[in-house]
Design a protein around this ligand. Structure first.
Ligand code: CP
Ligand code: NVA
Length: 315
């Protein structure tokens, strides 16, 4: 099998729903496999030959859709895109019945859904792997890729200081849970009322105790950024929250990542964003386009890391 030299240390859960179902060793195994997939893509051609995946998307996507479709094809598998942007999963028929049907024809499901609870219902009823391609709560493929990018850039993750400035949202949750497993020091700066979920923070702190990671939540972007090696931000209004856009824009005033704020970071600090970015809102053009911005490395690495995730769960 193509991944023989990098087989997981401990058997993995067969789904990737939150990122919290994987231990530190398992996340490390995926990062290691992703590095090999990136360095030697030819070695993995055909690894998913004869495998079919269903991609169910209730929300728009550029990066996640393209990287999964290209990744699956480059591993020799096939993907069927189920466009659910006009109708939510469960409207036409019960979510469990969709799961029980898809498992008869396909070998795995990649799903971008509004509700984490619907993703979990899908997984509970499907005997094939289900991969979270973003929900209201988590974006694990993004965070695992982002730590891959950070490791590529800095060489090590343990003790690396990362500030996340903005909304305590799905991307923030996944950075916390994956970062904690890798021993990173993560400081989150959010306006009052936009904190990450307390249960996710508590779980990340538990995981960080084992890796000597650190999780801090503050309300001042300047305080969060002091001395960090990476500054990460995401949109203030996520998909599905459009009706709150005005109040969110007001609440996040002062949280824009711009050159003035960046001056508080370490000299080697990089800028990160999962994209799509709302230029002029959470990030200035100058920071997005600066040599410190590694946002397109992040976008590229979604491909390599998701191939590693697919190989781990499906081959
Ligand atoms: N970062 C990310 O998931 O991008 P898309 O919404 O374009 O898939
Ligand atoms: N927080 C954003 C991430 C997009 C990739 C959203 O959910 O819309």
């Amino acid at each position: 099998m193509a991944s023989a030299t990098t087989s997981p240390t401990i058997p993995l859960q067969h789904d990737l729903l939150t990122g919290m179902e994987w231990g530190a060793a398992q996340v490390r195994d995926v990062l290691q496999l992703a590095a090999d997939v990136k360095a030697r893509p030819d070695r993995y051609r055909g690894a998913l030959a004869g495998r079919f995946l269903a991609l169910i998307f209730e929300k728009p996507s550029l990066r996640t859709r393209v990287t999964f479709e290209v990744g699956i094809a480059s591993l020799g598998g096939s993907a069927t895109f189920l466009d659910h942007t006009a109708s939510h999963l469960g409207e036409r028929e019960a979510v469990a019945d969709v799961a029980r049907s898809l498992e008869r024809w396909t070998n795995g499901i990649v799903a971008r859904l509004f509700k984490q609870s619907v993703l979990e219902e899908l997984a509970q009823n499907a005997r094939i792997p289900v991969i979270n391609a973003l929900t209201d709560r988590f974006h694990p493929c993004q965070a695992i890729s982002d730590f891959f990018t950070l490791e590529e850039h800095f060489g090590a993750l343990r003790g690396l200081k990362i500030a996340y400035v903005g909304d305590g949202n799905n991307v923030c949750h996944s950075l916390l849970s994956v970062g904690a497993r890798l021993g990173a020091h993560i400081r989150i700066a959010v306006p009052a009322g936009y904190e990450p979920d307390s249960g996710v923070v508590a779980e990340a702190r538990r995981a960080a105790r084992e890796t000597r990671g650190k999780i801090e939540i503050v309300n001042s972007p300047e305080e969060a950024i002091a001395g960090v090696q990476a500054i990460y931000t995401d949109v203030w209004t996520s998909m599905g929250q459009e009706s709150e856009a005005l109040s969110r824009t007001a609440a996040f005033k002062g949280f824009q990542v711009n050159n003035e704020l960046f001056a508080h970071a370490a000299p080697e600090a990089v800028f990160m964003h999962c994209l799509p970015a709302h230029r002029g809102m959470e990030v200035s053009d100058a920071v997005m386009d600066s040599p410190r911005s590694i946002v397109f490395d992040q976008a590229e690495n979604r491909l390599h890391v998701q191939k590693a995730i697919l190989l781990t769960l499906l081959s």
